[in-house]
Design a protein around this ligand. Structure first.
Ligand code: PMP
Length: 407
């Protein structure tokens, strides 16, 4: 892969220029949300300054321009995840919203008492709680594939736990707490062998992994715009056409209908039947620019840079006395999760912040995973395209200073 000009890329992200607590900002909380390039920020103001209008219904020029931009974004995302058809791309508020849609529009219709939903022990709360809720409502059972000491799941375990009663398998593509990349394609095969649908939580994957929903052969793929350089409050849910068509929408309102009368309402076609109400037009339009931004740099180039950062972080952080890493060292996205003996993650986080370094500390919305490791939380550094080797060096040196203060 060609070497990326990171200093040039950094200029696209105005937020990175600032100082925090008198120190240059080092933003290592990308798994929580990435920063946004000018291209995305500008697209939002261009929409509001130039062609803000409600979409789909209006005949006037602004409405048409807004509709075209919105639907253009759908096409860009069809390509971005390689969906077979543009109608298979539903705009949502994000991953959480997408998974709740599946649980309510698929689960409520197709789950029966005693059916099983299979997830893993490394799921984000948003890929646990919606399933618990629908399982409780329908009398279904939630089953959990364990993780090993390295924070990985095994296909053998999946095969042993999946049964003829399993109707839904939902697995995170890349773990936000550990970075682990799961074999979702192989798990999809096991799910399909039992006639279960395969849901992929792609919140972390979209900016760090090659995403090809046809190659993965997943039935659903949910992701968030804000973790791939796009705005907050928008995301996409991919679903296979045949399955989406069989599902019953769970939110009613404008846009999702064909014809409404007090006697009987008929629903719109996919994807619109799942897009009730005025959507987040500005952010969906801007999200297209995030996908185009990734493509303009090249995902493979981004991945190579992030892998180099992650490797360097492992090497340098290994020098920190008392450090314990969580999660596999290879086959993972750019997340490094660790604890330090006798240093509470919260204290480390505060002291790093004083040096301008933003990391996440705590359970990262994966409490069951933290329980598995017998810890309350970790310190998590997660890297993106605009991070540098020098930032990681400063981070490692800062941690050494912090440890020295505590001993
Ligand atoms: N799944 C994973 C793996 C995540 O990292 C996140 C966000 N932290 C989510 C789901 C939820 O995404 P959102 O909050 O954008 O809906």
């Amino acid at each position: 892969a060609p070497k990326l000009d990171i200093q040039k890329i950094r200029k696209d992200f105005p937020i990175l220029e600032q100082k925090v607590n008198g120190k240059p900002l080092i933003y290592f909380d990308n798994a929580a949300t990435t920063q946004k390039p000018k291209q995305v920020i500008d697209a939002i103001s261009e929409y509001y300054e130039g062609y803000n209008a409600n979409i789909h219904r209006g005949l006037h020029s602004l409405a048409e321009k807004a509709t075209t931009a919105f639907e253009d974004s759908r096409k860009v995302f069809q390509n971005f995840i390689n969906a077979a058809e543009v109608e298979e791309v539903i705009f949502t508020k994000g991953t959480t919203d997408g998974i709740n849609l599946i649980a309510n529009a698929y689960g409520r219709k197709f789950l029966q008492e005693g059916d099983e939903i299979l997830i893993t022990a490394m799921e984000h709360h948003s890929n646990i709680v919606p399933w618990q809720m629908i399982a409780e409502e329908k009398g279904a059972v939630l089953k959990v594939v364990p993780v090993n000491a390295k924070g990985e799941i095994s296909l053998d375990d999946v095969e042993n736990i999946i049964t003829d009663k399993t109707k839904i398998v939902s697995v995170v593509y890349a773990s936000n707490s550990l970075g682990t990349v799961n074999p979702v394609k192989e798990i999809a095969k096991l799910a399909h062998a039992k006639n279960a649908v395969m849901v992929v939580d792609g919140a972390q994957a979209s900016s760090h992994c090659v995403v090809d929903v046809q190659e993965l052969d997943c039935d659903f793929y949910a992701t968030s715009g804000h973790k791939m350089y796009g705005p907050t409050g928008c995301g996409i849910l991919y679903g296979k056409r045949a399955i989406l068509e069989e599902m019953t929408p769970y939110q009613g309102g404008g846009e999702m209908i064909n014809n409404v009368s007090f006697e009987k309402t008929t629903y719109n076609d996919i994807p619109y039947k799942f897009e009730a109400g005025t959507p987040n037009i500005a952010d969906v339009v801007a999200l297209k620019h995030a996908a185009e931004y990734i493509d303009s740099i090249g995902k493979a180039n981004i991945m190579a840079h992030e892998q180099a950062l992650t490797q360097h972080a492992h090497d340098r952080l290994s020098e920190v006395p008392g450090i314990n890493f969580y999660g596999t060292a290879d086959n993972k996205v750019s997340v490094v999760s660790f604890t330090i003996d006798n240093v509470h993650p919260y204290d480390a986080g505060m002291m790093l912040d004083a040096k301008g370094i933003a990391v996440r500390t705590g359970h990262h919305c994966t409490q069951p995973l933290m329980d598995h490791f017998g810890i309350e939380g970790t310190i998590r550094a997660s890297f993106s395209v605009y991070n540098t080797i020098e930032e990681i060096d400063f981070f490692a040196d800062s941690l050494k200073d912090i440890v020295a203060k505590f001993s």
